[in-house]
Write a protein that binds this ligand. Structure first.
Ligand code: NAP
Length: 330
């Protein structure tokens, strides 16, 4: 006799479009882990800007419809496939990607994208690690090859990636400048590793940054909104300085001459273009951060699963980030 299929609540997307295409359903089959797969009982899921790009159908990651959004979950292992040896039922874990989608009560992930979550971090914090911390680490340590003693500007430091970048840069001995668009955001940036903070909504904030760093300029800029800031960034750099583009939402005109006199470089990063080896290296650096204690995700707005559409609206039309946006399943 066939056993009855277990069902769960999950957000399903049947066509690409605005936030309203996300539908909460309560009769979605709970996936069964095979081979190297891990089934996680989701406690919290990170909401990332990329979730909205994928949902709108404009991103190069285009899942087969219908699909469930969500890549960064934290939760408890429910079951594992027959080839999984590093995880067992009951383990506290987080992911940097899921196979079946994280806006759901259960999510399937490949075991090499699952990591143990230490007791000292709660599930909301666990769901804030994946994309933000791996990306910040990739940008700072791999792409920029940032060195202790250098000056870094985290241009957009109050959100998921920005706070992670501030904590990592401070832990690695850099002089950290950050920007945020509200007073609350600025305070969070200062509390998370920045030596100085500026408001990117103030008209003269670039002059203030220039005054603060003087003639020498900034060695590394981690840029969250390149379509607005890239031209200014080039004028802020030191000799041999580099801009690492993490986020951009459109085109911008720059003067290539601005890269010439100081031998500046502009590099883009895409977390999901990283190799398995790079993911392992990033995970090792972040594991150390969890052990030592500098990796401490800051949680911003929290939504229940049924408010996923509101969360998507709010992350794109934000009035000011105050840490990582999370969907709470429990
Ligand atoms: P988030 O949590 O929504 O934060 C957005 C950040 O951008 C906030 O700090 C916000 O500051 C800041 N911002 C707003 N206006 C700005 C301006 N004029 N100049 C500089 N910063 C500004 O998003 P996130 O998760 O940190 O991601 C940030 C960006 O990186 C997004 O575009 C995302 O798509 C991208 N990203 C790319 C990768 C990759 O692999 N390349 C990975 C992850 C994320 P206020 O709200 O305080 O104004």
């Amino acid at each position: 006799m066939a056993t009855a299929q277990r069902l769960m609540r999950a957000i399903r997307v049947f066509k690409f479009g605005g936030p309203e295409v996300m539908k909460l359903q309560s009769d979605v089959a709970i996936p069964i882990p095979k081979d190297n797969q891990v089934l996680i009982k989701v406690q919290a899921c990170g909401v990332n800007p990329v979730d909205t790009y994928i949902r709108s159908g404009t991103h190069n990651m285009k899942p087969l419809l219908p699909y469930t959004p969500g890549l960064d979950v934290a939760g408890i292992v429910e079951a594992v496939g027959e080839h999984v040896s590093s995880f067992k039922k009951g383990d506290r874990v987080f992911t940097v990607r899921t196979l079946s989608g994280g806006y759901a009560e259960y999510a399937l992930a490949a075991d090499d994208t699952v990591y143990m979550l230490p007791e000292k971090l709660d599930f909301k914090q666990g769901a804030a690690i994946g994309i933000p911390y791996f990306t910040a680490c990739l940008a700072l340590l791999h792409s920029a090859c940032a060195k202790a003693g250098e000056i870094v500007l985290i241009h957009g430091a109050s959100g998921g990636v920005g706070i992670a970048a501030c904590q990592i840069a401070r832990a690695y001995g850099l002089k950290v400048l950050g920007t945020a668009g509200t007073e609350e955001g600025q305070n969070i940036v200062l509390q998370n590793g920045a030596h100085e903070v500026f408001n990117h909504r103030e008209v003269n904030y670039i002059d203030k940054i220039k005054k603060s760093v003087g003639e020498k300029g900034i060695d590394v800029i981690i840029e969250m909104l390149a379509n607005v800031n890239l031209s200014n960034d080039l004028n802020l750099l030191s000799h041999g300085g580099r801009v690492i583009i993490v986020g951009s939402r459109g085109p911008i005109e720059i003067n290539p001459r601005d890269t010439m006199t100081k031998g500046s470089s502009i590099k883009g990063v895409a977390l999901y273009s990283s190799t398995k080896e790079e993911f392992q290296q990033l995970a090792a650096a972040l594991q150390a951060g969890m052990e030592v204690g500098w990796l401490r995700p800051v949680i911003g707005p929290v939504y229940p699963l049924e408010k996923a559409a509101q969360a998507h609206e709010d992350i794109i039309h934000s009035r000011g980030a105050t840490g990582k946006m999370i969907l709470l399943l429990k």
